[in-house]
Design a protein around this ligand. Structure first.
Ligand code: IPE
Ligand code: IPE
Ligand code: MG
Length: 217
């Protein structure tokens, strides 16, 4: 471990390569998602242990609903079955869990319920924040924030002159600091609609490793 490393305040991870990792082993893509989730639990704990204050992960994009029904159903059931395991770890380690994304259809009702439940049960935890992006698209986030601001201007609660970069970020799904360091596993070098507003000044890192094997080292 290099003690001179500067620890970023906010790390973003685009969890990619679960499907290819499973395929390489002759297993169905869904096996990769299960392994990916197990890895996420370990990795998140490590990231916070090393002094990162905010971790954002991309678990399911708005575009991911275009995948096969079988895969989408599997992932939704995985969220319902397993997200509570994150809640336990978070309560033990002072981590608040928040979700970013559209908490509405086509997300199934039971997923929306789990998400709201976990947010409620971890809302007083400090100082760490674990932001999980589900049914998330960065362009939708910016459009949704714009609509909220426009409504307040129309209702005379906000003046146009009050709108600036800092104020705008308070209308995003969660008011988070900028992402300092963005990791995308699996060798793909794309942003895929992840936290477009927050990555304005991020440093990018694109390891070839598939997510289920992306570890502390
Ligand atoms: C990332 O792995 C997990 C999700 C997007 C849900 P992928 O499912 O994208 O795996 P690849 O990219 O097909 O290997
Ligand atoms: C991005 O991964 C979304 C998530 C990690 C949830 P994808 O594997 O879905 O991205 P694209 O479509 O290949 O860019
Ligand atoms: Mg992928």
């Amino acid at each position: 471990m290099n003690e001179d490393l500067k620890i970023p305040n906010h790390v973003g991870i685009i969890l990619d390569g679960n499907g290819r990792w499973a395929k390489m082993r002759g297993k169905p893509r869904t096996y990769g998602h299960t392994k990916g989730f197990t890895n996420l639990k370990k990795l998140a704990k490590h990231v916070f242990d090393r002094g990162v204050n905010v971790l954002s992960v991309y678990a399911f994009s708005t575009e991911n609903f275009k995948r096969s029904k079988e895969e989408v159903d599997f992932l939704m059931n995985l969220f319902v079955d397993k997200f509570h395991e994150l809640e336990k770890i978070s309560n033990k380690n002072d981590i608040k869990i928040v979700f970013s994304g559209i908490k509405d259809k086509p997300l199934p009702d039971d997923v929306i319920k789990v998400i709201k439940d976990i947010e409620e049960k971890t809302k007083n935890n400090k100082p760490f924040v674990f932001n999980i992006c589900v049914n998330y698209g960065g362009n939708y986030e910016i459009v949704d924030a714009t609509k909220k601001i426009a409504k307040e201007v129309l209702d005379n609660k906000l003046s146009i002159n009050d709108i600036n970069v800092d104020l705008f970020s308070k209308y995003l799904y969660n008011d988070l600091p900028p992402v300092d360091f963005l990791i995308r596993t699996s060798g793909e070098q794309r942003v895929s609609n992840f936290m477009l507003y927050q990555i304005a000044y991020s440093e990018f890192y694109f390891p070839d490793t598939y997510f289920p094997e992306f570890d502390e080292k």
